[in-house]
Design a protein around this ligand. Structure first.
Ligand SMILES: *Cc1c(COP(=O)(O)O)cnc(C)c1O
Length: 355
């Protein structure tokens, strides 16, 4: 007898993260370069000691969702917590779509948007972004209509382009399609609250917003949220596995989200680091006009497009600087002052050696 893997699994390519290696400057995963402050780590460890490890977690993560709702000024009854927003994307794709139905996303966009549909045996159609790395609301609306899609899923601001659609543009899309519009606002904290559609969910029966704690210094605990009206939230609660967010994550996540001043000052520090990185790259571009195309980032990373992207990636890697490589472009996460300087120096040297 021989066991045969099914077709979708035999074709699957594993996700290979860049390894965490000592001595390497990691600007490749959009993590925060700041750990939680010592006082918060202390509180977290005390909370761990008070945990009843023999008991299951709260299935609806009530306290945690309250803390999240307070931080983002939304209704706690509109919130579902997830084991990272990755898990929430997986649940959305496999349960809010039937086998064979269509989800529209954009390209380039977050890689998980095409990964989960393959596993769920749903169709995934991509709207390709041009040289400017943007799409218009009209293009999204048209593609959803044309394909009779049941879901539209995209990040705003976008990973990996670093660019965003305005709130008005996103709502235009929501108002003009019958599909469920899932707006992944993983990076919105680094742009501006005025561009977020959080809070709009009560007005629409087809809007869901995803958030994550991974970019604010909590990537280790795996914590994300979905925000939608009460009806959709009820359905989401029924569709997820009951104990999806473990007790330690619930407790530490709630503690952190209640330290609003700390989170806000860390967000500001990351935004300054991003601005510094952006300015440094503009300066390199001035020394080497047309060496690459630079985009004005509203995220915690800066994207640059250039034909020798692979060569630059390898050059940086040889100097122990790891950035994320895509076909024809690179994504560089904002790091500490020292990390940004090391990267910018290497970038300048690369173009000097090239000419
Ligand atoms: C980083 C990121 C996430 C975060 O996923 P988690 O599973 O919460 O770590 C979600 N969406 C986008 C677009 C991201 O870049």
């Amino acid at each position: 007898m021989a066991y045969q893997l099914n077709e979708k699994l035999s074709r699957l390519e594993p996700y290979i993260p860049v390894e965490e290696t000592a001595g390497i400057i990691h600007l490749d995963a959009n993590e925060s370069f700041l750990n939680l402050p010592q006082a918060l780590l202390q509180k977290a460890s005390e909370s761990v000691l008070q945990t009843s490890f023999n008991r299951y977690p709260d299935p609806y993560a009530g306290e945690l969702c309250e803390a999240f709702a307070d931080y983002y000024h939304v209704d706690a009854a509109h919130v579902t917590a997830g084991n990272g927003s990755d898990e929430l994307i997986s649940i959305l794709v496999s349960n809010f779509l039937m086998k064979g139905e269509t989800v529209v996303t954009t390209a380039p966009d977050f890689s998980m948007y095409t990964f989960y549909p393959k596993l769920a045996e749903t169709n995934c159609v991509e709207v390709c972004k041009g040289d400017g790395f943007t799409v218009t609301p009209e293009e999204l609306i048209q593609k959803v209509k044309e394909t009779n899609a049941r879901m539209l899923l995209f990040s705003n601001p976008c990973n990996p382009t670093s660019l965003g659609l305005t709130k008005e543009q996103v709502l235009q899309v929501v108002q003009n399609v019958n599909a469920l519009v899932v707006v992944d606002e993983a990076y919105m904290d680094f742009w501006h609250a005025s561009q977020s559609v959080l809070g709009e969910e009560s007005q629409y029966d087809n809007l869901m917003i995803l958030k994550t704690c991974s970019k604010m210094g909590l990537a280790a605990i795996r914590l994300g949220f979905a925000v939608a009206n009460e009806k959709l939230t009820g359905v989401f609660h029924s569709a997820k596995s009951p104990y999806n967010v473990n007790t330690l994550t619930q407790r530490i996540g709630a503690l952190a989200l209640r330290e609003q001043d700390t989170l806000k000052s860390n967000t500001e520090a990351i935004k300054s680091a991003r601005d510094e990185l952006q300015a440094g790259m503009s300066a390199v571009l001035e020394h080497h006009p047309n060496a690459f195309q630079l985009y004005k980032s509203c995220t915690n990373f800066v994207t640059l497009r250039l034909p020798p992207a692979a060569e630059l990636h390898a050059y940086l890697m040889e100097r122990n600087i790891s950035v994320r490589k895509f076909p024809g472009f690179l994504r560089v996460t904002a790091g500490s002052k020292e990390e940004n300087t090391a990267y910018l120096t290497a970038l300048e040297n690369f173009f000097q050696e090239e000419t």
